[in-house]
Design a protein around this ligand. Structure first.
Ligand code: GLN
Length: 548
């Protein structure tokens, strides 16, 4: 019999405390005891989904198998747990209101005045139960985005208060994440945490477990003090100190801190011994290796740490499998564009591979084209993801096919040589949303290619999120001039992957392999990319000047 219990993870004091990693680590601990776990993200913003949001402001847009464009935390859920997820696992205020207003227009509320309580809160509860009441679910970990005290999150917290009341705290439990700041004299302060728990209580929710984000492990005295002020027992005040090696050690840290027992004992469930060996293996690898790889990432959303979250993680996963620590050099393609050739080359003196990630819009494109040319000519390992593949094709058309004005119709529709463009049937569509290729689909890959070596099979499934395609008008010409088209859609129509001839390791893919990469099993392209980078580094050490 399944348990159908709920754990609600909220955050206080400020954003970016790592609530997604905290929620995922709790879920990972439960999974490690063989409980069946699901995860749900609530985002209190009005957007219906994350598809239209800029990575500058909100970090990467994550894509699920069924093509939902979601908050990046779903990526954490996928990396920390094996729990299945789809569009149902991401709830926004926009979706809730859209549904309630749709029903109101259909006259479903029978003349009633439609209100936040109970109509909006009922819809929120319906969405939570849709995941958590399934017969095969023991625990649903629900993460509430934003910070307690925000106006937007009030209806969600009210719905959670009702769920805890209806189901009792044995079946629905509140975990609150807070911050212990260090002030200038070096003293750790508990006051903001006292206040955020007070804010929760004012809404009618008494957190049962408190996780305190801090740099160093908490002292027993601090736990005691917080317990006194927050009505939370000392055993359930958990030190959420910074990880030493990797975020993947957090499930282990939480276990040592006793969060599992704190949660399960309050929910009337007997603790089982968790198997944490997969996390321990990762920690041990990083602890003991002295292999290093430095990856240059040339993109336009460099300023925000989270803009390429899944790619950063996937490259690290590639590092784990090659027993190498990864460091990134993030290069702003728009800035790089302005550099002289010499200055540009100097950017890559200390790197072992180049990666061009996905992106939208024209800004910084020429800097990326220059980076692709540099990698191709200097035989530096190269991975191009989505826009990165399109950049490879534009660069090849400009510098090998000789079309100086080659471009994508996304950036220069007037260019006579749009080697990347919309499909003919897409051209008339005016609604942006309708024209994206989203979610999981198949690519057929050719034997003897780098991508085949990586995946070891001719048919692969990966997630897509793009609008433009390599133009079929130039396919033959690109091939005739040496570009290897290593993967196609099953109907043989669209280009899915390419690689350069006479180059040690290069691949561009139209899909996003980063979304399915896991810490315990790296995406095959990331594994091979890091391997190629390690080989390049070994040679680079012998001859630092690798430029032609
Ligand atoms: N902007 C490009 C397109 O729409 C690439 C998208 C991406 O990199 N995700 O096709």
């Amino acid at each position: 019999m399944s348990l159908n219990k709920y754990i609600f993870v909220t955050g206080g004091v400020c954003s970016s405390l790592g609530k997604g990693v905290a929620a995922s680590s709790i879920a990972a601990l439960l999974e490690a005891q063989n409980f069946s776990v699901r995860m749900l993200k609530i985002d209190p913003y009005l957007n219906v989904d994350a598809g239209t949001m800029s990575p500058y402001q909100h970090g990467e847009v994550y894509v699920t198998d069924d093509g939902a464009e979601t908050d990046l935390d779903l990526g954490n859920y996928g990396r920390f747990t094996t729990a299945s997820y789809s569009k149902d696992n991401s709830v926004t205020t926009g979706q809730i209101y859209e549904e309630v207003i749709r029903r109101e227009r259909q006259g479903k509320y029978l003349g009633k005045c439609v209100q936040v309580v109970p109509h909006i809160t009922d819809e929120i509860k319906r969405r939570i139960y849709l995941i958590g009441e399934k017969p095969d679910v023991d625990f649903t970990v629900v993460e509430v985005g934003g910070t307690v005290g925000d106006i937007e999150s009030i209806p969600f917290l009210e719905a959670i208060r009702q769920i805890i009341h209806e189901k009792t705290s044995q079946n629905a439990l509140s975990v609150h994440l807070s911050l212990l700041p260090v002030v200038s004299c070096g003293e750790v302060k508990t006051k903001p945490t006292q206040h955020t728990v007070k804010a929760m209580r004012e809404i009618g929710i008494q957190p049962q477990v408190l996780i305190c984000r801090c740099t160093e492990p908490m002292e027993p005295e601090q736990k005691k003090k917080l317990a006194l002020f927050t009505n939370i027992n000392e055993d359930a005040v958990i030190s959420g100190h910074d990880a030493l090696y990797t975020i993947y050690e957090i499930p282990i840290n939480y276990w040592k801190e006793g969060i599992n027992e704190a949660i399960l004992s309050r929910m009337g469930v007997t603790q089982r011994t968790p198997d944490l060996s997969k996390w321990q293996t990762i920690v041990d690898t990083l602890k003991h290796t002295d292999k290093r790889v430095r990856i240059a990432m040339v993109g336009k959303y460099i300023q925000l740490e989270d803009a390429y979250k899944s790619i950063d993680e996937a490259v690290r996963h590639g590092g784990f499998e090659n027993k190498a620590k990864i460091s990134f050099k993030k290069i702003d393609s728009e800035e790089a564009e302005k550099l002289s050739d010499e200055e540009f080359a100097a950017q890559f003196d200390d790197i072992d591979a180049i990666l061009i990630p996905g992106g939208f819009g024209e800004r910084g494109i020429n800097g990326m084209v220059k980076a692709a040319e540099f990698a191709r000519k200097n035989k530096i390992p190269f991975l191009g993801i989505c826009l990165g593949l399109q950049i490879m094709v534009i660069e090849y058309a400009r510098n090998v096919l000789g079309y100086e004005d080659a471009n994508s119709s996304e950036f220069r529709p007037e260019s006579p040589h749009c080697v990347v463009s919309l499909l003919e049937e897409q051209v008339d569509v005016t609604q942006y949303g309708g024209t994206m290729r989203l979610g999981l689909s198949e690519s057929r890959i050719g034997k003897g290619t780098k991508i085949y070596e990586a995946y070891g099979t001719e048919s692969i499934l990966e997630r897509h999120r793009h609008r433009y395609e390599v133009s079929n008008r130039y396919k033959q010409e690109l091939r005739d001039k040496g570009l290897i088209i290593s993967g196609m859609t099953p109907d043989g129509e669209l280009v899915e992957s390419v690689e350069w001839p006479d180059h040690p390791w290069s691949t561009g893919v139209q899909f996003h392999p980063e979304f399915t990469s896991r810490p315990t099993k790296a995406g095959p392209l990331f594994r091979e990319f890091v391997k190629a980078a390690l080989e390049y580094r070994a040679n680079r050490k012998q001859s630092p000047n690798t430029a032609e």
